[in-house]
Design a protein around this ligand. Structure first.
Ligand SMILES: Cc1ncc(C[n+]2csc(CCOP(=O)(O)OP(=O)(O)O)c2C)c(N)n1
Ligand SMILES: [Mg+2]
Length: 359
């Protein structure tokens, strides 16, 4: 299916039109429970995200990168994965984490400043999220080489933003993936900005998907506000990866509805009417409209989903806040097996400062 959409011609794969109706012949045969599960994960992601922003403003959570508007990209990607697949996520991936079953309390705990929250529970194949832009793409290709070496049947999915495609790491990863035909699915959430840098200043390519062509593998651009299209494209790419078909680059075309992080003010560099236009394309509302036309959504169901999401979020906040805060030593502890004298000295200075001693 995705081969039919040529990224060099600017063709974009879409199942749900902006009116929420499925294009003729393209609606996947998904049962009502599956459709509802996808929807509830999108709603939970939005609720958890909104809460995180409030907690940050109250001083209860550190800097946070909002996933608002990325729910179709994140939930669509993760819901296309098999339990044996691996995810190498980045810092804007809340919906993918929740879809794969990561405990929200742990996710909050991490953003509250405790590394322990990133220790993935046994049985979940999620690599710790990457803050250094694009570094996770190389790690994912390394894991892909390992999958081939061990003759496993697993897809290794890496997610990243449009800005990551300007990093050397991205190009090295793509090159290795093409040459060694690794079982990778690269999913670029093209949300049109890398902090304040617009997509037009990131690359002179007409699409990000077309970069795959130069590296010798499939690339497809999908509507990143259409959860069914993202799920279908990533699902097809993952199936190919598991069966020796090599890597695929999926560009999910979307928009960052919020600020870059809580330390950014996007109103300083982009026009309000642009944001308003994209608010109308809200991925959750589009999918909700589809569910209505399919007869699997009504007001009572909406209330059930919203109430369930609020309860999950409140319980997760309480659980995360009940845990002890990170130790000051953690700032210095994990770079070397044994802490070198220079770090010991800095730790001593910090402890003295915290005790009200000399700066
Ligand atoms: C190697 C590196 N350089 C710079 C930064 C600072 N930084 C954090 S996020 C970001 C922009 C990322 O944009 P994009 O890849 O489009 O992802 P988005 O934030 O839009 O989801 C930058 C430059 C960083 N974290 N890592
Ligand atoms: Mg971006």
């Amino acid at each position: 299916m995705i081969e039919r959409y040529d990224p060099l011609k600017g063709e974009r794969f879409q199942i749900l039109g902006e009116d929420g109706r499925a294009r003729p012949g393209l609606a996947p045969a998904l049962s009502a429970p599956v459709l509802r599960t996808i929807y509830s994960r999108m709603v939970l992601s939005r609720a958890a995200d909104t809460k995180a922003l409030k907690l940050q403003r109250q001083g209860r959570l550190g800097t946070f990168a909002s996933s608002r508007g990325h729910e179709a990209c994140q939930v669509g990607t993760a819901s296309a994965m098999d339990p044996g697949d691996w995810l190498f996520p980045y810092f804007r991936d809340l919906g993918a984490y929740l879809t794969l079953g990561y405990p929200l309390a742990d996710y909050y705990h991490y953003w509250m400043g405790n590394e322990a929250g990133l220790r993935t529970p046994d049985g979940l194949n999620i690599y710790p999220l990457a803050i250094p832009v694009a570094s996770q793409i190389l790690h994912a290709v390394g894991a892909g080489l390992a999958v081939n070496y061990r003759k496993l049947k697993a897809a290794v999915v890496a997610t990243f933003g449009d800005g990551a495609t300007s990093e050397g790491d991205f190009h090295e990863a793509m090159n290795f993936a093409g040459v060694f035909r690794t079982p990778n699915v690269f999913v670029c959430y093209n949300n049109q900005f890398a902090i304040s840098v617009p997509r037009s200043r990131q690359t002179a390519s007409a699409t990000i998907a077309q970069k795959a062509v130069a590296y010798g593998f499939r690339g497809v651009q999908v509507d990143g506000n259409d959860v069914l299209a993202v799920r279908a494209a990533v699902g097809e790419a993952a199936a190919a990866a598991r069966s020796g078909g090599g890597p695929t680059l999926v560009e999910a075309y979307t928009y960052r509805l919020g600020d870059h992080t809580t330390s950014d003010d996007a109103a300083r560099y982009r026009a309000k009417n642009e944001v308003v236009e994209w608010e109308k394309r809200d991925p959750i509302l589009r999918f909700q409209t589809y569910l209505k036309t399919e007869g699997v959504w009504d007001e009572a169901y909406e209330k059930e989903v919203q109430d369930g999401a609020s309860e999950t979020v409140e319980k997760a906040v309480a659980a995360a806040e009940a845990r002890p805060p990170a130790a000051v030593e953690d700032l210095f502890a994990y770079t070397y097996a044994a802490m070198p004298p220079s770090l010991k000295e800095q730790l001593g200075e910090l402890n003295a400062f915290l005790k009200g001693g000399a700066r």
